[in-house]
Ligand binder design. Structure first.
Ligand SMILES: C=C(O[C@H]1C=CC=C(C(=O)O)[C@@H]1O)C(=O)O
Length: 427
């Protein structure tokens, strides 16, 4: 296995430093951050209209292999140390900010951290603009204008990815047999679906639809990976760390009273509670060395999404090492949680690469942003897809435990494809 880091030339010694300027924007003419996004290398991290959008590439690093996180962290520390910043807003997410998307597995592990030329953020009543250029180049008089509306994808058709449904169910049955034999407690198995259009797809179309239909999720796009994830791997802000753990799922029926009854069943289901407990334990154990105190609720709540309901737990803690450990390092420590890997983690990840039959790429890896202080938000790239020209590869996975039923897991995976699938369709 190789580990490479290929920084852009501009981050190397001797190159001009990044010149960063954050100014407050009067928010009245900025209705929707997504409406500002042009086609040129767009990045997105939004929830309920707040968050960050950006475009253009001022600097980036591509990393791979088992050191993909460490190489990106080192580059970020060097890049921030060499930058010249004037920040009139001084909130988390202002000043120099990078967006990242990291591979699920070590091999090949292709990952990216990118600093946009323009970033626009919103938090509560505050809206800001950050410009990043090399010394000598001037973006500081950038004016915010509405972008053109993206076109809808043309003639989308869907096909099986690496495995068809029947074959995937045999893989699930194999995993259940291994769990019953005592090899492991839980493994998360994923599958993919390929969508093809007759013309290149503008990612801004599905982004708008996802943000509209899944406002309770984090709608993201970094370097071709997009989606709307309900799961926050780690958020760190001014010494406080939080993580939203999801595991245990039930599909919605569209009938509200029936869904309420199903939510009650989910909250009592021993299969789902057990699966959930594994995931919460893996997050709490990974955060523990970084926290001076932690709050781990005893029982989960039910998170209602338009397509599925999940058992959810919000873990919170006070970190004691914010000066030396960034949010991206916390994300590395938490990855892969039992919600996307399994328990025990090494056995589960080995089983995934043995039987899943595909490379997950950056699906189920950390995706998000980080500022110069190391504060940031890293979600798990679920309900996501990778886009290349006219082709989109959708991903969905399911936690498998001893009494999982392959047919029910297949149906659950189909429900998890729905957000991106619908977002590619007509308005
Ligand atoms: C792996 C996925 O979901 C995880 C997150 C929440 C609930 C899950 C479950 O109940 O199986 C999965 O562990 C996915 O959506 O691709």
């Amino acid at each position: 296995m190789t580990s490479r880091a290929t920084p852009d030339a501009a981050a190397e010694p001797g190159q001009a430093p990044l010149v960063v300027r954050t100014v407050r924007l009067e928010g009245d003419h900025v209705d929707s951050l997504l409406g500002l996004l042009p086609t040129q290398s767009p990045v997105t991290w939004l929830r309920r209209g707040e968050g960050l959008v950006g475009w253009g590439v001022a600097a980036e690093i591509r990393t791979s292999g088992p050191t993909r996180f460490a190489d990106a962290v080192k580059w970020w520390s060097e890049t921030t140390a060499r930058s010249v910043v004037r920040d009139d807003v001084a909130e988390p997410g202002t000043g120099l900010v990078s967006f990242g998307s990291f591979a699920f597995a070590d091999d090949p592990g292709d990952s990216v951290l990118v600093v946009p030329e323009i970033t626009i953020g919103r938090r509560g009543e505050t809206t800001w603009l950050t410009t990043v250029s090399r010394a000598g180049l001037d973006l500081l008089d950038h004016h915010v204008t509405l972008a053109d509306d993206p076109p809808a994808p043309v003639d989308i058709s869907f096909a099986d990815g690496a495995l068809d449904g029947e074959r995937w169910m045999t893989v699930v049955a194999d995993a259940v047999a291994r769990i019953s034999a005592g090899d492991l407690e839980k493994v998360v198995l994923a599958r993919d679906l390929i969508a093809t259009a007759t013309a290149p797809i503008d990612v801004r179309w599905p982004l708008r639809r996802l943000a509209e239909s899944y406002p309770m999720c984090w709608t993201f796009h970094v370097d071709g990976l997009f989606g709307a994830t309900p799961e926050m791997l780690v958020r760190r802000e001014r010494g406080l760390v939080t993580s939203r753990v999801l595991a245990g799922t039930i599909r919605r029926t569209g009938d509200d009273s029936r869904d309420l009854a199903l939510a009650a069943t989910l909250a009592r289901s021993s299969k789902d509670l057990e699966e959930h407990e594994y995931a919460v334990r893996s997050v709490a154990d990974a955060l523990d060395p970084h926290c001076s105190s932690m709050n781990v609720p005893e029982a989960p709540f039910v998170l209602h999404l338009p397509n599925v309901m999940h058992l959810a737990t919000d873990v919170a803690g006070v970190v004691h090492d914010a000066g030396t450990v960034t949010s991206l390092q916390l994300a590395e420590a938490l990855h892969p949680s039992a919600a996307v890997g399994g328990t025990p983690t090494p056995v589960a990840t080995a089983l995934i690469s043995e039987i899943e039959g595909m490379d997950r790429g950056r699906y189920a890896g950390p995706v998000g942003w980080m500022d110069a202080s190391g504060d940031g938000e890293w979600g798990i790239a679920l309900r996501s897809a990778s886009i290349h020209g006219d082709t989109v590869r959708l991903f969905a996975g399911c936690g498998i435990v001893a009494d999982s039923d392959p047919e029910a897991e297949l149906a659950e995976s189909q429900a998890k494809f729905v957000p991106v699938r619908d977002a590619l369709g007509p308005a």
